[in-house]
Design a binder for this molecule. Structure first.
Ligand code: GLU
Length: 488
């Protein structure tokens, strides 16, 4: 490990919503920084003006905050290396590009889009890999400046060094990596409109921000090659790189942006909580030293190390995420959980729940053991506890036609007291009374009662249901059940 203070960054381009791969990259950088008492920096890479939007930037920052990955330096919080948004550092990039041009390490290129397209088509025809070959590589600087003064548009291309066949570096995840120089041709560092290009800005920023380690997806390996060339040309020491494996979908194909669980927004909408998303993504490429699976953010900070990050591709498994979500949800306190469900419930004005600010203490335990995602919980609350709707499910019919079902429900209805809620003691007495009088037990007793409470024979324990449904509602529902049983 390097002896430099640990400073890592997450550097999203604000061109769309936050992909789960991006969240995992952010998380590994965050965990690494926090484990080593270092700094986690957020940098916005927005020099691709055609694709960057302010709304995507805002959404990405909100997503990271929602997940709880708070950065120490960044565009909104500032820091000693501001600006943290590349579009605000344009002068630096320009200056350094000019320096490379003056030193003969970069050059003005006047190739037009049409000429490049012709080169691409030629390569396609000859079945050779496409790489731009600029006829202006050896053009004198004076000549180039004259053409610019005459109004010609030029990009600035980096001159891939001749005579160096390969670049080798020690990757923190994959050990030694050798990349042949011919993987890339002379690449653009400044566009003809004067905007710098990602690879160039990234090197300048990582150097300016004294970044010690760069952990990012393996799809960036060709960029790492370009960046190593730039570090060399500028005489700067590169950071330690670590390339994370790609994430595959269930069909073992690269997890596409169109997958319905591909973005942080998708997962949030589907009712996954940040604790579970982070836990799941941490395990998607890293393993806990003692093989533990249910981890909080502080457990992960404590135990994270880059040498337990594996290089093999990771397969996204929504069933495991769902299971982990259930585990985290069950560890939350009732109030927190209610606060996650309540906004979704109040969206539907046709729903009505007992008018009691403490009702959540009654309803959350009743649904908790049943749900995995917040949306599951919301669905159960809507289905079973909306006091203005009672729906007797089809599958209840068999229960209601059992020999003594109506007797059980009738007695239940007659004997219910007139309090607000039924307490445990009274409930046990009632059950005993029904058992003795109707002479039923087990399923024959409890299935009709559950149907009379929530309209279905399957669901939470009756002792939990009685705490969440006011007696007036229990009576109304039992009455409806009897009417239903009689009419069928
Ligand atoms: N802006 C780049 C991206 O979003 C960052 C890559 C890097 O971490 O260097 O992919």
């Amino acid at each position: 490990m390097s002896t430099k203070p640990v400073r890592v960054r997450f550097a999203p381009s604000p061109t769309g919503s936050m992909h789960v791969g991006g969240v995992r990259t952010a998380l590994y950088n965050y965990l690494f920084a926090k484990h080593h008492c270092g700094q986690f920096i957020l940098r916005v890479e927005d020099t691709d003006v055609a694709r960057s939007t302010e709304s995507a930037q805002l959404e990405q920052l909100e997503d990271l905050k929602w997940l709880g990955l708070q950065w120490d330096e960044g565009p909104d919080v500032g820091g000693p290396n501001a600006p943290y948004q590349q579009s605000k550092r344009l002068d630096d990039y320009k200056k350094i590009a000019m320096k490379l041009v003056d030193e003969g390490k970069a050059y003005y290129c006047f190739l037009t889009d049409e000429q490049m397209e012709a080169q691409r088509l030629d390569a396609e025809k000859n079945n050779t890999p496409y790489q731009v070959i600029s006829p202006h590589r050896e053009l004198s600087l004076d000549e180039a400046k004259k053409r610019i003064a005459n109004g010609e548009l030029a990009t600035i291309r980096f001159k891939v060094p001749d005579g160096k066949e390969q670049y080798t570096f020690e990757d923190a995840v994959r050990s030694e990596i050798t990349l042949p120089s011919h993987m890339v041709g002379d690449f653009v560092i400044m566009r003809s409109d004067g905007m710098p290009v990602y690879n160039f800005c990234c090197v300048i920023d990582d150097h300016a921000m004294e970044i010690s380690h760069v952990f990012r997806g393996e799809e960036h390996l060709p960029n790492t090659l370009r960046q190593l060339m730039l570090y060399e040309a500028l005489g700067w020491e590169p950071p330690i790189f670590g390339h994370l494996s790609i994430i595959l979908d269930e069909a073992k194909k690269k997890l596409s942006k169109r997958h319905d669980a591909a973005s942080c927004a998708d997962l949030k909408k589907a009712g996954y909580v940040p604790e579970a998303i982070l836990n799941y993504l941490a395990l998607l490429g890293w393993s806990h030293p003692r093989g533990e699976e249910i981890l909080t953010l502080s457990d992960m900070i404590e135990t994270f190390s880059i040498d337990r990050v594996h290089a093999s591709a990771a397969v996204f498994d929504i069933a495991k995420l769902r299971w982990l979500n259930g585990q985290h949800v069950r560890h939350m306190d009732e109030k927190t959980l209610w606060q996650l469900c309540e906004p979704l419930l109040s969206e539907d004005k046709s729903l009505h729940f007992p008018n009691d600010p403490d009702w959540y203490k009654r309803v959350m335990p009743a649904v908790l053991s049943e749900f995995y995602t917040i949306n599951d919980g919301v669905d159960f609350i809507k289905k079973w506890f909306d006091v203005s709707h009672f729906h007797i499910e089809k599958e209840s019919q068999d229960v209601l036609s059992l020999e003594h079902a109506s007797d059980v429900i009738r007695l239940w209805l007659e004997e219910l007291p007139s309090d607000n809620y039924l307490d445990d003691e009274k409930y046990q007495q009632l059950v005993k009374q029904i058992k003795d009088k109707v002479k039923v037990k087990g399923k024959a007793l409890f299935a009709p009662l559950r149907v009379a409470m929530i309209g279905t024979p399957d669901g939470p324990d009756l002792t939990l249901l009685i705490h969440a449904l006011p007696i007036a509602v229990l009576k109304e529902r039992a009455q409806q059940c009897l009417e239903h049983a009689e009419s069928h």
